[in-house]
Write a protein that binds this ligand. Sequence first.
Ligand code: ADP
Ligand code: MG
Length: 693
Amino acid sequence: MRPDILNPYFASITGLPGIGPKLARPFNRLLGHEEGARVLDLLMHLPSSTIDRRARPTLSQVVPDTVVTVEIHVDRHVPTPRGSRAPYRVYAHDETGDLVLAFFKAERSWMERLLPVGETRWVSGTVTLYDGIPQMVHPDRVVDAAGLAKLPPIEPIYPLVEGLGHGHVRRAVEAALAQTAELPEWQAEAPVIGFHAALRTVHQPHDTLDANPAGPAWRRLAYDELLAGQLALALLRARTVKQAGRPSIGDGALARRIEAALPFSLTGSQVEALKAIRADLASSDRMLRLLQGDVGSGKTVVALLAAATVIEAGRQAALMAPTEILARQHLKTIEPLARQAGLRVALLTGREKGRAREQLLAALASGEIDLVIGTHALFQEGVSFRDLALAVVDEQHRFGVHQRLALASKGEAVDVLVMTATPIPRTLVLTYFGDMDSSELREKPAGRQPIDTRAIPSDRLDEVVARLGRALAEGRRAYWICPLVEESESSDLAAAEARFADLQAHFGARVGLVHGKMKGAEKDAAMAAFAAGQTQLLVATTVVEVGVDVPEASIIVIEHAERFGLAQLHQLRGRVGRGDIASTCLLVYRRPLGEVARQRLEALRSSEDGFFLAEQDLKLRGEGDVLGTRQSGFPGFRLARLEIHGDLLERARAEATATVKNDSDLVGPRGAALRLLLHIFERDVAVKLLSAG
Ligand code: ADP
Ligand code: MG
């Protein structure tokens, strides 16, 4: 139930003048809301830079290669001669000198209307010297006196997508600002500028600092966003901690049997993490702990040993994975160990149906199952436990509080362990998880070989295929990750199928295919064939990204590597280098490579340390293109940039904590304003918590 005052913010952008069905599509794409962007999304699409058009020199004062706006008198037109590649030239002057305006592919009648001979115009753009003569190639703006009055002194530059120009975005933003109004202040120490005013300042700057992330207007907005996040976490925590934990104290018998069954000994960081987890489990406070570890760092074993502790105490544990493939994978790792230790383990996904499902649910409810592994099917209605003590959420990089809450509600004071394979810089741990404790598995298990990572342009794809052919002949196994196509899942699929057909033509039946649209059983069969070595080359979309474990695979080819974020590339690369064979990762990119993409691939080539790469990602992220950003693995803050606004985080956290302490139901007038804030930044999960009491 969103307060009515917010309706204009949540209205569809198609209600804005000028955005018809045709422009709605690129706008939705730009704003990352294919299903229909709202006014709010547009307002939060902030400029990436600005052009300062305030410099108004005479022609003799112009500093070459800077942006200027100059008043000129138009003298004559020299159209491009037929067949020539020379530009269309317009000669102009002021009292102090001459200026040549040059246009490529200009149409004469249009030019004569734009710059009528004998009249005064203002042109804005960059002046360069060409053979010693000042020249402006393609002025950004050509206006008459009336147009000059409307020319923004500082022009915001927005990230764009195909089909949209800056004019479209600026006009839409102007309309959006006009249709929305200032909101009641929610910050405790009211800043000099209100929320709506700050949006206006950033979108319609009068000074370069206005649209700068470090300027006061943007900082206000960033603080709002951080405050919303921290407030949601504080509310969540206040509600979950209210129930004290129930200590689970094991005797260590099961854990010892599992450890004895392991073909390896635990790494130092695994031992340390377990120590912290067992202390949490034994204490009467509820556990909320993050277990961070790079791909292959051995989190599953830690989860299993943690589960063993609560099972020793006579209770149950659940392990939830984001996909079915992963759930099965966990089962595969855990089952043999569990069997030797006498643990009763079961799998529950959307695919368990009918009688089998009924039996399973009954066994869970009666406590015949000690540890259940599954997908989100675990927290659906009808699933109940005899006594759930520990929920392990293998969240990878989906940081939803929803699932955490839902699973934890299946028991009484359930301890929660969240596993993530995307190492998160400390500042971000605080941001996304608030007060969560964190354990890190920084040490790689012994015997791992470094991965040889190379970047190769796609015009050398033939070489890649030839090399792959030799490797397959030697009996090696490889993944081929297909490009991520922007438009839709179906074109992703088409690309993967085309590549599959292509590689099959080269290598025949040794090639397999797995993608997200396959039925569960088909997917399993494809994975199983690859794991067993019946197929040697597995063409895949990013479904293999998270956690798939085939230790024999030692080559991964990632097509269109430039389209992936750093964290995701690191994840994908982690599919190899898991066994004792030296592995190779080939990053195939399409030229030309943008600067950020180049740095991303370079970072990946230089390091395998996920924590280091996460820091790099954070640094590069600010400049990342839209797609790269979205794929980077960190859920996007829309306005706050940790590298610029990180200093605000502590304050936001303190304010959120104090607020929840004083008014944990957000009832006062300020509480009402804060509810608006939670809606604006879509932390309304927290609002639901409030109404649920
Ligand atoms: P992730 O952290 O990606 O979930 P896993 O738990 O899947 O990693 O572990 C990856 C592989 O490493 C598994 O095959 C697991 O059995 C193995 N492994 C885990 N811990 C160790 C260890 N201490 N020494 C050697 N191998 C280990
Ligand atoms: Mg794993």
